[in-house]
Design a protein around this ligand. Structure first.
Ligand code: NAP
Length: 312
């Protein structure tokens, strides 16, 4: 067996629990393809899971290999994988926190969680889009049904999900406002927001009434968002951070967007990116060998303007 290098952690803890080791190469079973991983994205979820902050919701298998999505090239096929071929460039998702993660040189991937990577996109661009697409597509298209002319407020517009939401809502013809730190105002305007509000300087509650608010922050941001919604407006939130549903009081619909791994939420965004309608946002790249430093940067709030992508 050829050894395969993986990143893993044996128990919850700080970024220093991340280590490397060799395992036997996985074999693709029926319905799986073997992917030589080239890139994996780092998301807030990865950091929260590693730190033990999601114990109430997930029971990861230990040792746990982090990374819930990424890109690579198909190098072997199990039976029953349809038209996918060796050499195809693909985006992959992993089936939950008990499955091996993408911070690995080789990964056996369920064909139902594999999406072709368009030729026009690099491996890093693809990795920056997979996980963020799930949230952005689910929130904007499936839950809110954003349409031309809607007034939409996107919180955290400089983040990976928020930046994609800004671009997608703009593409759908909405009139978009985004919140971000003051030094990112020009950045979110460049993504297509018509207005940017600095959360560290200004108050977003003075904004004219909105049809839809996407709350990616929870807590106080959620509480104050009711004030900027039109009656019959829609507050769509992502995080499980403490929120109090005041929908009935304000006459608005409040929906928690449930994000599940779904190629049909990723493929349309990849197509928009391949056609130049959406620009992938890569905050920075680091080699997988620096994964602990990547986690530290994310926890320090120093990953901004898109996704941090680990190259493998
Ligand atoms: N429930 C789910 O399934 C699910 C799925 C995906 C994401 N999420 C959650 O959604 C959030 C965003 O995810 P992400 O991947 O986009 O994270 P990210 O790339 O790390 O972006 C987070 C952004 O939050 C912004 N921010 C911090 N404080 C803010 C405030 N008070 N007001 C407005 N923006 C603020 C920061 O903006 P600046 O850079 O401008 O400071 C940063 O860019 C995370 O909390 C994540 O856990 C949940």
């Amino acid at each position: 067996m050829i050894p395969v290098r993986i990143c893993f952690y044996r128990d919850y803890g700080g970024p220093d629990v991340l280590e490397f080791g060799d395992v036997d190469a996985p074999r693709p079973e029926a319905g799986q393809v073997l992917v030589r991983m080239a890139a994996a994205s780092l998301t807030p979820f990865d950091c929260k899971l590693r730190a033990g902050g999601l114990k109430a919701y997930f029971s990861p298998a230990f040792p746990n290999t982090p990374g819930r999505d990424g890109t690579g090239t198909v190098v072997a096929l199990g039976p029953g994988v349809g038209t996918v071929q060796i050499g195809d460039r693909v985006c992959v998702m992993t089936p939950g926190t008990r499955a091996p993660g993408t911070c690995s040189e080789l990964l056996a991937c369920d064909i139902g969680l594999v999406v072709p990577l368009p030729d026009a996109l690099s491996i890093v661009e693809g990795a920056s889009l997979v996980n963020a697409s799930l949230s952005a597509w689910t929130c904007a298209v499936r839950v809110a049904g954003v349409k031309a002319g809607d007034k939409v407020l996107v919180h955290a517009g400089a983040g990976a999900v928020g930046g994609l939401l800004v671009q997608l809502c703009r593409h759908l013809g909405a009139d978009v406002t985004a919140t971000c730190r003051s030094t990112n105002k020009d950045y979110v305007l460049s993504l297509g927001a018509g207005k940017a509000i600095a959360y560290d300087q200004d108050e977003f509650t003075t904004l004219e009434p909105q049809d839809i608010v996407f709350d990616l922050m929870g807590a106080d941001v959620h509480a104050r968002s009711y004030q900027v919604l039109k009656r019959d407006g829609h507050l769509v939130y992502l995080t499980a951070a403490p929120i109090v549903d005041r929908g009935a009081e304000f006459g608005v619909t409040v929906t928690r967007a449930m994000i599940v791994d779904d190629p049909e939420a990723v493929a349309p965004i990849l197509a928009l990116a391949a056609n130049g309608k959406i620009k992938p946002q890569v905050a920075r790249t680091l080699p997988l060998s620096e994964v602990a430093q990547a986690h530290r940067l994310m926890e320090a709030g120093e990953v901004t303007r898109g996704r941090l992508v680990l190259t493998i």
